[in-house]
Ligand binder design. Structure first.
Ligand code: ADP
Ligand code: MG
Length: 321
């Protein structure tokens, strides 16, 4: 007897990728799935998650939770959801670790920049607003789940850490859906899941002065990597480069470094640390990373010279003074 079997069309294993403009930057997802349709659904979920986090944490959206805090927290404690509270807490922990190089209250000055419109605060504004840059003016009450600012004029902005959170959450979603090989990127922050099917991912660090060129490639598996650069958002005026990473102690764009890359196990931390190393400069920045066993760094200074953290260097070679 002839046996007829109906075979469902085989689900096709394939890479699934997409890139979308969001959060003032570009977010991309690249994953391997045994079933391309399921892969596509997982990818959509990651983009939805990025949009959700942006609605919560964007200072450009008046209705976001963070905008409400910026409007009201100087007048008394504002009840805050666990997720935002947690990320503000982690930001402040990094402020302590970096002795204030990373400080989400940079925004009292930062809010006066509009890089697309080539707008920057004048000296009087910088001098007046920089007095409000101090993470110690942000009071977190864990029991009450509230945030309060200790003076008028304080503002917070998670631009130096939220993209790391987005890629970390994105990879969590993919992992729970059984995906084993993926890369999620938001601006300068990427998180890798597994390897590239038997080979490491090759992650390129951009040449800070040659658009589209890669300065250094690093092979990585299952890690997060973040780069902060003075080329992401900037304009030049009279030979001065005004960019988006603020030195909290002066209220001015940090100088001395063109790009700072940090890699390690957690994208929230690599994001905040790449911004921190940029602010701290080559020597202090690499010393900080040298004290964190799981994290490494590659820095390109204002002359184009490349520096590596101790863990990346052959034994015997150290950081020159
Ligand atoms: P990107 O991936 O956008 O280049 P970075 O991780 O380099 O982001 O962080 C730059 C962003 O961090 C700025 O656009 C701003 O929102 C925020 N920022 C600027 N200066 C500081 C600072 N000293 N501490 C914390 N966040 C900062
Ligand atoms: Mg960062």
């Amino acid at each position: 007897m002839l046996l007829l079997t109906v075979v469902a069309p085989a689900a096709l294993a394939d890479w699934v990728s997409d890139e979308r403009a969001m959060m003032g930057t570009s977010v991309s997802v690249h994953l391997w799935s045994d079933d391309a349709q399921a892969g596509q659904r997982a990818l959509e979920e990651v983009f939805q998650e990025a949009a959700r986090i942006d609605r919560l944490m964007s200072t450009y959206k008046d209705e976001s939770e963070i905008s409400k805090i910026n409007r009201e927290a100087a007048h008394g404690p504002v009840p805050t959801g666990d997720e935002l509270f947690g990320l503000v807490q982690r930001s402040i922990d990094i402020s302590v670790l970096t002795r204030g190089a990373f400080d989400i209250t940079f925004d009292s000055v930062g809010q006066h920049y509009d890089f697309r419109a080539r707008q920057r605060p004048d000296t009087a504004t910088v001098e007046a607003e920089r007095t409000h840059i101090n993470y110690q003016l942000v009071k977190l009450d864990r029991a009450a789940g509230s945030i309060e600012f200790l003076e008028e004029g304080v503002r917070i902005n998670l631009g130096g850490i939220a993209k790391g959170y987005v890629v970390e959450r994105g990879i969590d979603i993919l992992r729970h859906r059984g995906i084993e090989h993926a890369i999620v990127t938001a601006g300068g922050d990427s998180r890798l899941l597994g390897d590239r099917r038997g080979r490491p991912w090759m992650v390129g660090i951009r040449d800070p002065r040659e658009d589209g060129e890669v300065a250094i490639s690093v092979p990585l598996v299952d890690e997060a990597i973040s780069t902060s650069g003075d080329y992401e958002r900037y304009f030049e005026e009279d030979g001065v480069r005004y960019h988006h990473i603020i030195q909290p102690s002066t209220g001015k764009p940090a100088s001395g470094i063109r790009s700072a890359t940090v890699f390690g196990p957690d994208a929230v931390i690599t994001d905040a640390l790449s911004t921190s190393v940029f602010v701290m400069g080559v020597k202090r920045g690499l010393t900080l990373i040298g004290n964190l066993p799981d994290y490494e760094s590659i820095v390109i200074d204002a002359t184009g010279k490349v520096y590596y953290s101790a863990g990346l260097m052959p034994p015997g070679e150290g950081l020159a003074d």
